[in-house]
Ligand binder design. Structure first.
Ligand SMILES: [Zn+2]
Ligand SMILES: [Zn+2]
Length: 181
C-alpha cells in the first residue's frame, strides 16, 4: 500500500503490552517448574504493568531529550506536529514494522521497480514516493506537475491553478480540447 500513514501508536502500545502478557505467561511456567505457584492473573498484571510503566518512562525521557536538543528546531516541531515521535518511530519490528521513510516522513512508499536514491528525503504528499526536492514533480504519480502536453495538438499547457488538470480539466488554448490527466 502506498501513501499509508504511520502505524497508530495505540497499535504499537497494544503489541508491547501483548509481549508483556506473553512474558508473564513464560514467568508463570518458569515459576511452575520451580515449584512456586502464583495466580497467572497476578503475573500477567505485573508484567503488563511493569512494561507499560517502562515504556512510558522511556517515552518521556526520549521526548524530553528531543525537546532539549531540538525543541526550537522548526523541522523537529513540524515532525512532531505531523504525528512523529522519536520514541515510537525508532522502535524495532515487531512493535513498529514501518519502513524508515514512513517513520520519518509519515507515509509509506509505493512499491515500484524504481528505488529513489538514498539522499531523496522528501515525500510526495499524495502517494508517499520519495522525491528529491520539497517542491517537486512526483516521478511516480505526477503530483506537482503543472505542465502537460495536449493530446490534440501537442502544445505544452500550463495548469492555471493547483490540481485543475485533475479536477476540472484544462482547455487547450490552441485546439480547445480538454486536457485531463
Ligand atoms: Zn506521488
Ligand atoms: Zn491542443
Amino acid at each position: 500500500m502506498s501513501g499509508q500513514p504511520r502505524t497508530a501508536k495505540t497499535i504499537i502500545i497494544a503489541r508491547i503490552l501483548a509481549l508483556g502478557a506473553s512474558l508473564g505467561t513464560m514467568f508463570f511456567y518458569i515459576l511452575g517448574t520451580l515449584g512456586v505457584s502464583i495466580a497467572i492473573g497476578a503475573i500477567w498484571n505485573g508484567a503488563v504493568l511493569g512494561i507499560g510503566v517502562f515504556v512510558f518512562v522511556m517515552w518521556a525521557i526520549i521526548r524530553f531529550i528531543g525537546w532539549l536538543f531540538a525543541g526550537d528546531d522548526p523541522a523537529y516541531q513540524q515532525y512532531i506536529s505531523e504525528g512523529g515521535d522519536p520514541y515510537f518511530d525508532t522502535l524495532p519490528p515487531p512493535f513498529n514494522s514501518d519502513s524508515w521513510t514512513q517513520r520519518i516522513g509519515g507515509l509509506s512508499e509505493p512499491v515500484t521497480d524504481y528505488v529513489p536514491p538514498e539522499h531523496w528525503q522528501y515525500q510526495c504528499l499524495r502517494c508517499g514516493a520519495r522525491v528529491e526536492h520539497e517542491i517537486d514533480t512526483c516521478w511516480n504519480c505526477g503530483n506537482g506537475n503543472d505542465t502537460q502536453q495536449c493530446h490534440g495538438c501537442g502544445l505544452l499547457v500550463r495548469e492555471p491553478s493547483f490540481g485543475a488538470f485533475e479536477t476540472t480539466g484544462v482547455i487547450c488554448p490552441q485546439c480547445n480540447s480538454v486536457i485531463r490527466s
